[in-house]
Design a protein around this ligand. Structure first.
Ligand code: PMP
Length: 337
Protein backbone atom coordinates (compact mmCIF):
# COMPACT_ATOMS: atom_id res chain seq x y z
CA UNK A 1 0.00 0.00 0.00
CA UNK A 2 1.17 3.48 -0.78
CA UNK A 3 1.28 5.94 2.10
CA UNK A 4 -1.80 8.18 2.28
CA UNK A 5 -1.28 11.74 1.01
CA UNK A 6 -1.26 14.50 3.63
CA UNK A 7 -4.82 15.20 4.75
CA UNK A 8 -6.25 18.40 3.35
CA UNK A 9 -9.15 20.23 4.97
CA UNK A 10 -11.73 21.49 2.45
CA UNK A 11 -10.77 25.05 3.41
CA UNK A 12 -7.22 24.36 2.18
CA UNK A 13 -8.76 24.42 -1.31
CA UNK A 14 -9.06 28.21 -1.01
CA UNK A 15 -6.12 30.03 -2.61
CA UNK A 16 -3.03 28.59 -4.31
CA UNK A 17 -4.81 29.20 -7.61
CA UNK A 18 -2.99 28.73 -10.94
CA UNK A 19 -1.42 31.65 -12.81
CA UNK A 20 -1.75 31.42 -16.61
CA UNK A 21 -0.11 33.30 -19.47
CA UNK A 22 -2.85 34.99 -21.52
CA UNK A 23 -1.89 34.77 -25.19
CA UNK A 24 -4.25 37.35 -26.72
CA UNK A 25 -3.68 40.04 -24.10
CA UNK A 26 0.11 39.42 -24.23
CA UNK A 27 0.09 39.87 -28.03
CA UNK A 28 -2.02 43.04 -27.71
CA UNK A 29 0.28 44.53 -25.08
CA UNK A 30 3.57 43.42 -26.63
CA UNK A 31 4.67 41.82 -23.35
CA UNK A 32 3.64 39.06 -20.94
CA UNK A 33 0.19 39.32 -19.33
CA UNK A 34 -0.56 36.71 -16.66
CA UNK A 35 -3.98 35.93 -15.16
CA UNK A 36 -4.49 34.63 -11.61
CA UNK A 37 -7.28 32.05 -11.86
CA UNK A 38 -9.42 33.05 -8.90
CA UNK A 39 -12.45 31.36 -10.47
CA UNK A 40 -10.69 28.12 -9.46
CA UNK A 41 -11.51 28.71 -5.78
CA UNK A 42 -14.27 26.46 -4.33
CA UNK A 43 -16.82 29.31 -4.47
CA UNK A 44 -15.59 30.22 -7.98
CA UNK A 45 -14.38 33.72 -7.07
CA UNK A 46 -11.56 35.73 -5.52
CA UNK A 47 -13.79 36.46 -2.54
CA UNK A 48 -13.35 33.02 -0.95
CA UNK A 49 -10.00 34.33 0.27
CA UNK A 50 -11.46 37.37 2.07
CA UNK A 51 -14.26 35.19 3.48
CA UNK A 52 -11.78 32.73 5.02
CA UNK A 53 -9.49 35.41 6.46
CA UNK A 54 -12.43 37.40 7.91
CA UNK A 55 -13.91 34.32 9.59
CA UNK A 56 -10.55 33.16 10.97
CA UNK A 57 -9.90 36.71 12.26
CA UNK A 58 -13.31 36.82 14.02
CA UNK A 59 -12.60 33.41 15.60
CA UNK A 60 -9.18 34.57 16.78
CA UNK A 61 -10.70 37.71 18.31
CA UNK A 62 -13.32 35.58 20.04
CA UNK A 63 -16.23 37.49 18.47
CA UNK A 64 -17.40 34.47 16.45
CA UNK A 65 -18.34 31.54 18.70
CA UNK A 66 -19.33 27.95 17.80
CA UNK A 67 -22.76 27.89 16.16
CA UNK A 68 -22.69 31.67 15.57
CA UNK A 69 -23.94 33.57 12.52
CA UNK A 70 -21.88 35.48 9.95
CA UNK A 71 -23.78 38.47 8.53
CA UNK A 72 -22.64 40.38 5.46
CA UNK A 73 -23.74 42.83 2.79
CA UNK A 74 -22.32 41.74 -0.54
CA UNK A 75 -22.67 41.93 -4.31
CA UNK A 76 -22.82 38.11 -4.02
CA UNK A 77 -19.38 36.56 -4.27
CA UNK A 78 -18.34 37.32 -0.69
CA UNK A 79 -21.63 35.82 0.45
CA UNK A 80 -20.95 32.66 -1.53
CA UNK A 81 -17.47 32.40 0.02
CA UNK A 82 -18.83 33.05 3.53
CA UNK A 83 -21.59 30.46 3.08
CA UNK A 84 -19.04 27.78 2.12
CA UNK A 85 -16.57 28.72 4.85
CA UNK A 86 -19.46 28.95 7.34
CA UNK A 87 -20.72 25.49 6.39
CA UNK A 88 -17.22 24.04 6.74
CA UNK A 89 -16.78 25.52 10.21
CA UNK A 90 -20.32 25.21 11.60
CA UNK A 91 -21.60 28.81 11.28
CA UNK A 92 -24.86 30.10 9.80
CA UNK A 93 -24.73 32.86 7.17
CA UNK A 94 -27.15 35.74 6.64
CA UNK A 95 -26.49 37.63 3.42
CA UNK A 96 -27.88 41.03 2.37
CA UNK A 97 -27.63 41.76 -1.34
CA UNK A 98 -28.93 44.49 -3.66
CA UNK A 99 -31.71 43.08 -5.85
CA UNK A 100 -29.88 44.32 -8.98
CA UNK A 101 -27.25 41.53 -8.79
CA UNK A 102 -27.36 38.45 -11.01
CA UNK A 103 -30.09 35.86 -10.48
CA UNK A 104 -27.45 33.14 -10.49
CA UNK A 105 -25.76 34.63 -7.42
CA UNK A 106 -29.08 34.73 -5.53
CA UNK A 107 -29.94 31.15 -6.48
CA UNK A 108 -26.43 30.00 -5.59
CA UNK A 109 -26.59 31.62 -2.15
CA UNK A 110 -29.94 29.98 -1.41
CA UNK A 111 -28.65 26.63 -2.72
CA UNK A 112 -25.64 26.82 -0.40
CA UNK A 113 -27.90 27.28 2.61
CA UNK A 114 -27.41 31.00 3.31
CA UNK A 115 -30.34 33.08 4.46
CA UNK A 116 -30.77 35.78 1.80
CA UNK A 117 -32.23 39.26 2.30
CA UNK A 118 -32.69 41.37 -0.85
CA UNK A 119 -32.85 45.17 -0.64
CA UNK A 120 -33.42 47.80 -3.35
CA UNK A 121 -30.21 49.33 -4.78
CA UNK A 122 -29.57 52.63 -2.93
CA UNK A 123 -26.71 55.13 -2.55
CA UNK A 124 -24.28 54.52 0.33
CA UNK A 125 -25.68 57.64 2.08
CA UNK A 126 -29.11 55.91 2.29
CA UNK A 127 -29.63 53.90 5.53
CA UNK A 128 -31.33 51.21 3.40
CA UNK A 129 -28.08 50.52 1.47
CA UNK A 130 -27.18 46.83 1.65
CA UNK A 131 -24.06 47.47 3.74
CA UNK A 132 -25.94 49.44 6.44
CA UNK A 133 -28.80 46.93 6.41
CA UNK A 134 -26.35 44.09 7.02
CA UNK A 135 -24.71 45.94 9.93
CA UNK A 136 -28.12 46.51 11.58
CA UNK A 137 -29.13 42.87 11.10
CA UNK A 138 -25.83 41.75 12.65
CA UNK A 139 -26.49 43.99 15.68
CA UNK A 140 -30.03 42.60 16.04
CA UNK A 141 -29.11 38.90 15.64
CA UNK A 142 -27.88 37.10 18.80
CA UNK A 143 -24.48 35.41 18.34
CA UNK A 144 -23.85 37.22 15.06
CA UNK A 145 -20.74 38.94 13.73
CA UNK A 146 -20.71 41.47 10.90
CA UNK A 147 -18.05 40.51 8.35
CA UNK A 148 -17.73 44.16 7.21
CA UNK A 149 -15.59 43.28 4.19
CA UNK A 150 -15.22 46.92 3.06
CA UNK A 151 -13.58 48.18 6.25
CA UNK A 152 -12.30 44.99 7.85
CA UNK A 153 -8.63 44.77 6.90
CA UNK A 154 -8.58 40.99 7.44
CA UNK A 155 -9.84 41.16 3.84
CA UNK A 156 -6.69 42.72 2.39
CA UNK A 157 -4.52 40.60 4.68
CA UNK A 158 -5.79 37.58 2.71
CA UNK A 159 -4.15 39.12 -0.36
CA UNK A 160 -0.95 40.30 1.36
CA UNK A 161 -0.31 36.87 2.88
CA UNK A 162 -1.92 34.80 0.11
CA UNK A 163 -2.44 36.23 -3.38
CA UNK A 164 0.64 38.50 -3.47
CA UNK A 165 3.00 35.84 -2.14
CA UNK A 166 1.61 33.28 -4.59
CA UNK A 167 2.01 35.65 -7.58
CA UNK A 168 5.56 36.51 -6.50
CA UNK A 169 6.51 32.83 -6.22
CA UNK A 170 4.68 31.79 -9.41
CA UNK A 171 6.49 34.52 -11.37
CA UNK A 172 9.80 33.59 -9.72
CA UNK A 173 10.22 37.17 -8.49
CA UNK A 174 10.19 38.58 -12.03
CA UNK A 175 7.15 40.85 -12.11
CA UNK A 176 7.00 44.45 -13.34
CA UNK A 177 3.39 45.41 -12.81
CA UNK A 178 0.07 44.42 -11.27
CA UNK A 179 -3.37 45.85 -11.83
CA UNK A 180 -7.00 45.14 -10.95
CA UNK A 181 -10.28 46.90 -10.25
CA UNK A 182 -11.60 47.58 -6.75
CA UNK A 183 -14.82 46.56 -5.04
CA UNK A 184 -13.80 46.62 -1.40
CA UNK A 185 -10.24 47.32 -2.59
CA UNK A 186 -8.96 44.31 -0.62
CA UNK A 187 -7.41 42.64 -3.65
CA UNK A 188 -5.84 45.77 -5.14
CA UNK A 189 -4.45 47.11 -1.86
CA UNK A 190 -3.44 43.71 -0.49
CA UNK A 191 -1.67 42.46 -3.61
CA UNK A 192 -0.14 45.92 -4.09
CA UNK A 193 1.24 46.05 -0.54
CA UNK A 194 2.37 42.43 -0.66
CA UNK A 195 4.23 42.80 -3.96
CA UNK A 196 5.84 46.11 -2.94
CA UNK A 197 7.16 44.39 0.20
CA UNK A 198 8.98 41.95 -2.10
CA UNK A 199 10.07 44.61 -4.64
CA UNK A 200 9.37 48.35 -4.39
CA UNK A 201 9.85 48.60 -8.17
CA UNK A 202 6.66 46.69 -9.09
CA UNK A 203 4.21 49.18 -10.62
CA UNK A 204 0.75 48.94 -9.04
CA UNK A 205 -2.13 50.31 -11.10
CA UNK A 206 -5.82 50.79 -10.41
CA UNK A 207 -8.11 49.69 -13.23
CA UNK A 208 -11.39 51.48 -12.57
CA UNK A 209 -14.76 50.94 -14.25
CA UNK A 210 -16.95 53.94 -15.08
CA UNK A 211 -19.41 54.85 -12.33
CA UNK A 212 -16.64 54.55 -9.71
CA UNK A 213 -14.86 57.44 -8.01
CA UNK A 214 -11.37 56.03 -7.50
CA UNK A 215 -9.86 56.89 -10.91
CA UNK A 216 -10.37 60.60 -10.26
CA UNK A 217 -9.16 60.18 -6.68
CA UNK A 218 -5.80 58.68 -7.65
CA UNK A 219 -5.42 60.86 -10.77
CA UNK A 220 -6.63 64.21 -9.35
CA UNK A 221 -7.13 63.77 -5.59
CA UNK A 222 -10.90 64.07 -5.91
CA UNK A 223 -13.48 61.29 -5.30
CA UNK A 224 -15.71 61.87 -8.32
CA UNK A 225 -17.60 59.32 -10.40
CA UNK A 226 -18.38 59.68 -14.10
CA UNK A 227 -20.55 57.46 -16.30
CA UNK A 228 -21.93 54.05 -15.40
CA UNK A 229 -21.04 50.35 -15.55
CA UNK A 230 -22.98 47.09 -15.36
CA UNK A 231 -19.97 45.20 -13.97
CA UNK A 232 -20.82 43.44 -10.70
CA UNK A 233 -18.55 43.46 -7.66
CA UNK A 234 -16.39 46.43 -8.67
CA UNK A 235 -16.75 50.22 -8.60
CA UNK A 236 -16.09 52.04 -5.33
CA UNK A 237 -17.10 55.56 -4.32
CA UNK A 238 -15.00 56.03 -1.19
CA UNK A 239 -11.64 55.16 0.38
CA UNK A 240 -12.51 52.05 2.38
CA UNK A 241 -10.26 50.98 5.27
CA UNK A 242 -8.91 48.31 2.93
CA UNK A 243 -7.88 50.99 0.40
CA UNK A 244 -6.20 53.24 2.98
CA UNK A 245 -2.48 53.43 2.22
CA UNK A 246 -2.79 51.36 -0.99
CA UNK A 247 0.42 51.92 -3.00
CA UNK A 248 -1.17 53.04 -6.29
CA UNK A 249 1.39 54.29 -8.87
CA UNK A 250 -0.92 54.84 -11.84
CA UNK A 251 -4.53 54.36 -12.93
CA UNK A 252 -6.65 53.48 -15.94
CA UNK A 253 -10.35 53.75 -16.66
CA UNK A 254 -11.97 51.00 -18.70
CA UNK A 255 -15.48 50.99 -20.25
CA UNK A 256 -17.78 47.97 -20.12
CA UNK A 257 -17.50 47.71 -23.93
CA UNK A 258 -13.68 47.46 -23.66
CA UNK A 259 -13.97 44.86 -20.91
CA UNK A 260 -16.48 42.81 -22.90
CA UNK A 261 -14.08 42.60 -25.83
CA UNK A 262 -11.70 40.68 -23.55
CA UNK A 263 -14.47 38.53 -22.03
CA UNK A 264 -15.35 37.50 -25.60
CA UNK A 265 -11.76 36.89 -26.73
CA UNK A 266 -10.70 35.02 -23.61
CA UNK A 267 -13.64 32.66 -24.06
CA UNK A 268 -13.46 32.27 -27.85
CA UNK A 269 -9.66 32.06 -28.16
CA UNK A 270 -8.40 30.77 -24.81
CA UNK A 271 -11.32 28.76 -23.37
CA UNK A 272 -11.81 30.88 -20.25
CA UNK A 273 -15.40 31.73 -19.25
CA UNK A 274 -15.20 34.78 -16.99
CA UNK A 275 -17.23 37.63 -15.50
CA UNK A 276 -17.00 41.25 -16.66
CA UNK A 277 -14.69 42.41 -13.88
CA UNK A 278 -12.08 39.97 -15.25
CA UNK A 279 -12.45 41.47 -18.75
CA UNK A 280 -12.02 44.97 -17.32
CA UNK A 281 -8.94 43.82 -15.37
CA UNK A 282 -7.39 42.30 -18.50
CA UNK A 283 -8.07 45.50 -20.49
CA UNK A 284 -6.28 47.41 -17.71
CA UNK A 285 -3.38 44.95 -17.73
CA UNK A 286 -2.95 45.46 -21.49
CA UNK A 287 -2.83 49.25 -20.91
CA UNK A 288 -0.28 48.84 -18.11
CA UNK A 289 1.82 46.55 -20.28
CA UNK A 290 1.81 49.05 -23.16
CA UNK A 291 2.70 51.86 -20.77
CA UNK A 292 5.70 49.99 -19.35
CA UNK A 293 6.82 48.98 -22.86
CA UNK A 294 6.51 52.67 -23.84
CA UNK A 295 8.70 53.62 -20.87
CA UNK A 296 11.39 51.35 -22.28
CA UNK A 297 11.09 48.38 -19.91
CA UNK A 298 12.38 45.19 -21.54
CA UNK A 299 9.65 42.51 -21.85
CA UNK A 300 7.70 43.62 -18.77
CA UNK A 301 5.67 40.95 -17.00
CA UNK A 302 2.22 41.99 -15.76
CA UNK A 303 -0.22 40.10 -13.54
CA UNK A 304 -3.94 40.64 -13.06
CA UNK A 305 -6.91 38.89 -11.47
CA UNK A 306 -9.45 36.65 -13.23
CA UNK A 307 -12.02 37.30 -10.51
CA UNK A 308 -14.92 34.93 -11.06
CA UNK A 309 -16.57 32.42 -13.37
CA UNK A 310 -18.80 33.51 -16.23
CA UNK A 311 -21.24 30.73 -15.27
CA UNK A 312 -22.46 33.21 -12.65
CA UNK A 313 -23.74 35.51 -15.42
CA UNK A 314 -25.53 33.23 -17.91
CA UNK A 315 -28.70 35.34 -17.67
CA UNK A 316 -26.83 38.65 -18.14
CA UNK A 317 -23.37 38.90 -19.71
CA UNK A 318 -23.91 35.69 -21.74
CA UNK A 319 -27.48 36.50 -22.78
CA UNK A 320 -28.13 38.26 -26.13
CA UNK A 321 -31.31 40.10 -25.01
CA UNK A 322 -29.65 41.39 -21.86
CA UNK A 323 -26.59 42.63 -23.76
CA UNK A 324 -28.78 44.34 -26.37
CA UNK A 325 -30.91 45.99 -23.68
CA UNK A 326 -27.73 47.40 -22.12
CA UNK A 327 -26.46 48.63 -25.50
CA UNK A 328 -23.48 46.26 -25.36
CA UNK A 329 -22.04 44.16 -28.19
CA UNK A 330 -23.51 40.63 -28.47
CA UNK A 331 -21.03 37.74 -28.83
CA UNK A 332 -21.41 36.38 -32.39
CA UNK A 333 -22.24 32.85 -31.20
CA UNK A 334 -25.09 34.19 -29.00
CA UNK A 335 -26.60 36.19 -31.88
CA UNK A 336 -27.00 32.99 -33.97
CA UNK A 337 -30.06 31.65 -32.10
N1 PMP B 1 -14.79 41.08 -9.22
C1 PMP B 1 -15.88 40.48 -8.70
C2 PMP B 1 -16.75 39.66 -9.60
C3 PMP B 1 -16.18 40.63 -7.34
O1 PMP B 1 -17.26 40.03 -6.81
C4 PMP B 1 -15.31 41.43 -6.54
C5 PMP B 1 -15.62 41.58 -5.07
N2 PMP B 1 -16.52 42.60 -4.75
C6 PMP B 1 -14.22 42.06 -7.14
C7 PMP B 1 -13.98 41.85 -8.48
C8 PMP B 1 -13.33 43.02 -6.39
O2 PMP B 1 -12.64 42.50 -5.30
P1 PMP B 1 -12.29 43.37 -4.02
O3 PMP B 1 -13.51 43.40 -3.15
O4 PMP B 1 -11.16 42.65 -3.38
O5 PMP B 1 -11.92 44.75 -4.44
Amino acid sequence: MTAPKAQLHTLDLIGNTPLVLLKGPSAAAGCEIWGKCEFANPGASVKDRAALWIVRDAEARGTLKPGGTIVEGTAGNTGIGLALVGNALGYKTLIVMPETQSREKMETLRALGAELVLVPAAPFSNPGHFVHTSRRLAEETPGAVWANQFDNVANRKAHIEGTAREIWEQMAGRIDGFTCAAGTGGTLAGVGMGLKAFDEGVTIALTDPYGAALYNYYAHGELRAEGTSVAEGIGQGRITANLEGAPIDTQFRISDAEGIVWVERLLADEGLCLGLSSGINVAGAVMLGRQLVGEGRKNPRIATILCDTGFRYLSSLYNAEWLEAKGLPVFPWLARG
